[in-house]
Ligand binder design. Structure first.
Ligand code: SF4
Ligand code: F3S
Length: 377
């Protein structure tokens, strides 16, 4: 069906967005997923079809509710409408109007009626120590709640670093024995969307893929969707030309910091963290802010074994040394780089603003080198 033949009236009415905004959103998600404009149309049709809304059971373990907040506070037009209309949110401990035994009964009923059909979203870590007593809801441990909900789920998504690998709760010495959903549910496929908070667009894209194609997108060995976590931040960062030219900020507020130089020597973990923050940014797809963009080193919030584990001041392991070909080449004039700060900033802005830059850049990446690097990690 051609775009013009598609009836957007119902979509506009239901989601409260214009046809243009709605199509722009679907095209942006499809581009980020590395899919064609045909896929964007398939996604648009899937969202428009109320019959395709999967029932969702959303659990909260040990966490700050950051992932839900990130999703609901998003400025991207109608993201919250899209997520609330894209799925049938049958149980969410923070958003449910009901409380106590009433809402727990609703959850059990929803799981029974939708056996094998519902999407399970886990937010927060799951404590295993002392028989799981450090996190109980409605008298049951998070361990039992998660195991029960996972048994008949059509698909499982761990949203946020805590649910993906334990997050801050699992930092040494991990007194509650916190783990992520994949560790508890070993043997089941769990798609992880790590980040503290995770980018809402990565969640929306994953759910949109599920709604459209009835399956979850391809994932890496840590359960992360490849379209979102396929590249190191360091390969996509607009400060990369400064890294390659050896121009670093050495202290917060020093001349290098003010000029926008690389933050590696301030402990930036971008060289060992896989995420699409440089291309999606936060607060609004392609137009918001992100840690390195506001002058703070990446602390590897989405990378298990890095975020909340490596000290902020420690230097990152540099996994890739070859400069990506998406940046201008570096020469050594003017004491380090032929690129002016302005030129680097312009390049970075262009990269950052392009929705789907990650997908485009992924094509340029030597996949073999990337796979080898992942194997080393
Ligand atoms: Fe960007 Fe950090 Fe890499 Fe520097 S070390 S280029 S700030 S990701
Ligand atoms: Fe987290 Fe680093 Fe991105 S701290 S938000 S992975 S830049």
């Amino acid at each position: 069906m051609a775009v013009n033949e598609f009836d957007f009236t119902a979509v506009e009415k239901r989601l409260g967005v214009s046809r243009r905004t709605f199509l722009k959103f679907c095209t942006g998600v499809a581009a980020s997923l590395g899919l064609s404009s045909n896929a964007a149309m398939a996604m648009a049709k899937a969202v428009a079809d109320p019959q395709k809304r999967p029932p969702v059971i959303w659990l909260h373990g040990q966490e700050c509710t950051g992932p839900s907040e990130s999703l609901l506070r998003s400025e991207q037009p109608s993201l919250e409408h899209l997520i609330l209309d894209l799925i049938s949110l049958d149980y969410h401990q923070t958003l449910d109007a009901g409380a106590g035994h009433q809402v727990e009964e609703i959850k059990k009923k929803a799981m029974l009626e939708n056996k094998g059909k519902y999407l399970l979203v886990v937010e927060g870590a799951i404590p295993l120590a002392s028989d799981g007593i450090f996190c109980k809801i409605g008298g049951e441990t998070m361990v039992d709640i998660t195991n029960e909900a996972a048994e008949h789920a059509a698909a499982i998504v761990a949203f946020g670093s805590c649910a993906s690998w334990g997050g801050v709760q699992s930092a040494d010495p991990n007194p509650t024995g916190a783990v992520g959903a994949p560790q508890l549910l070993s043997g089941k496929t769990v798609v992880t969307i790590p980040g503290c908070p995770p980018n809402p667009a990565n969640f929306i894209g994953t759910v949109l893929y599920f709604v459209t194609y009835g399956k979850l997108p391809p994932i890496d060995e840590k359960g992360r969707p490849k379209w979102a976590y396929g590249r190191l931040i360091h390969e996509n960062c607009y400060r990369r030309p400064h890294f390659d030219a050896g121009r670093f900020a050495l202290e917060f507020g020093d001349e290098g910091h003010q000029k926008g130089y690389c933050l590696y020597k301030l402990g930036c973990k971008g060289p060992e963290t896989y995420n699409n923050c440089p291309s999606l940014e936060f607060n609004n797809i392609g137009g918001g802010v992100w840690p390195i963009g506001i002058g703070h080193p990446c602390f590897g919030c989405s990378e298990g074994g890095v975020g909340f584990n490596k000290p902020l001041f420690s230097l990152a392991d540099v996994k890739t040394h070859t400069p990506p070909n998406m940046f201008p080449s570096i020469d050594d004039r003017e004491g380090g780089s032929g690129i002016s700060t302005g030129a680097a900033a312009i390049t970075g802005a262009a990269v950052g603003l392009a929705v789907g830059a990650t997908a485009m850049a992924a094509k340029k990446l030597d996949k073999k080198e990337h796979d080898e690097n992942q194997g080393e990690s």
